[in-house]
Design a protein around this ligand. Structure first.
Ligand code: ADP
Ligand code: MG
Length: 368
């Protein structure tokens, strides 16, 4: 029997917009959004669990992109606990995504709320209607299409923690997304669970008419992430042996998953090795390529602001987290739509430059 080989080569130049190869006519592993109505570059931000800094980072990134003169919309999509408005210092009194989903014919763009930052608008989560995690696939599609059509250069999605299918599907509406983690083992295990659920969801949706695969995946879902046996390479081999065409389709779906990882709550650049280890474990177990994208230092000033209910990043200040996020926003503005080469080495060099170059002084230097 021929042993199939599956490469992890980067998929051919993704668009940074919605994947144009996606057409509603075939089974889609992505949430299928018509590229013809897409105007914005959508950046979903997710993580395996709550409390890792997604909302803080989403606000910081959106604010920094807007300060670069890029029209940006930040959307609170934490189904269950939408609270991004509080970080922006905006009262919870505006209609939001929950209302958009409930009210027929409503226009998402018209629900945007001005912020204190020029070029940054905000779409609240629940507003007057709760943002429920149990939305239908048709509602996700309606939401995905409205998000992609927003009149902005960048749309930042602040998703909820964990692997709810709504979160997985919205994270999958574009080829590239950001995952946050912290340099601690339990959080890393949550990230692995998120990625495994993402891979399974994408395979299940991408080949959902296939009964053999559906049954096979259902059995696998019952197994623990800790079991050595749950390796995506084995799934690929098994499927390929049964049906080579189906096997290639599944391999293609997996190759199209290429998230970018940010380490938050950093205390020392040495912790960057977490990113390399994470990428290596994820490649080995899940056959997914994870790009190292950022390192955010822990910032006591940020904690103080949030505890005192002050807005974060509302002024261009030089806190350590703000500097790191500004550099990341610059990276996003220049490189988001391209596949990243040597991203780990570049991030290590840049992080050392910021840490050892004396914080604010280094902020002015060009990103690597
Ligand atoms: N880089 C950081 N430095 C200091 N505190 C942080 C940082 N990132 C996040 N936090 C703290 O973590 C808390 C949770 O962050 P949040 O963005 O709400 O997490 P999530 O959206 O992932 O649930 C914040 O209230 C803040 O106190
Ligand atoms: Mg949050």
């Amino acid at each position: 029997m021929r042993t199939p080989t599956f490469t992890l080569a980067a998929p051919s130049q993704h668009s940074d917009r919605v994947d144009p190869s996606i057409s509603p006519a075939r089974s889609d592993s992505h949430l299928p959004v018509d590229p013809a109505v897409t105007s914005a570059t959508v950046i979903p931000i997710a993580s395996g669990k709550g409390g890792v800094g997604k909302s803080v980072f989403a606000v910081g990134l959106a604010a920094a992109l807007a300060r670069l003169g890029r029209k940006t919309v930040l959307i609170d999509l934490d189904f269950g606990a939408p609270n991004t408005h509080s970080l922006l210092g905006i009262r919870n009194e505006h209609p939001g995504v929950g209302d958009f989903l409930r009210v027929r014919g409503s226009d998402l763009a018209s629900l945007r709320v001005e912020t204190s930052i020029t070029d940054l608008t905000f779409l609240p989560g629940d507003g007057h209607s709760p943002l429920m995690p149990s939305i239908t696939y048709a509602e996700k599609l309606k939401l995905g299409r409205a998000i992609a059509a927003l009149p902005a250069e960048f749309v930042v999605l602040d998703l909820g923690g964990g692997s709810a299918t709504t979160t997985l599907d919205l994270f999958s509406m574009v080829p590239r997304g950001i995952l946050l983690t912290v340099p601690e083992l339990p959080t890393f295990m949550n990230l692995m669970a998120f990625l495994r659920n993402l891979v399974f969801r994408r395979i299940e949706r991408g080949v959902r008419g296939n009964l053999f695969l559906r049954e096979y995946m259902r059995n696998l879902r019952g197994r623990s992430i800790h079991e050595e046996t749950v390796r995506v390479s084995e799934i690929l081999e098994h499927v390929h042996t049964e049906d080579p065409v189906l096997g290639e389709r599944v391999a293609e779906i997996i190759r199209s998953i290429r998230p970018r990882l940010i380490l938050n709550f950093g205390t020392d650049p040495g912790e960057l090795s977490w990113l390399m280890r994470a990428a290596s474990v994820v490649r080995e177990r899940l056959s997914v390529q994870l790009d190292s994208f950022g390192f955010l230092p822990i910032d006591p000033e940020l904690i103080r602001a949030i505890r005192q209910a002050r807005p974060v990043f509302d002024t261009p200040h030089d806190g350590v987290a703000a500097i790191a996020i500004r550099r990341l926003a610059d990276r996003v503005a220049r490189l988001w739509g391209t596949d990243l080469e040597n991203c780990f080495e570049r991030l290590v060099a840049d992080t050392h430059l910021v840490f050892e170059g004396g914080g604010p002084a280094a902020a002015a230097r060009r990103d690597l």
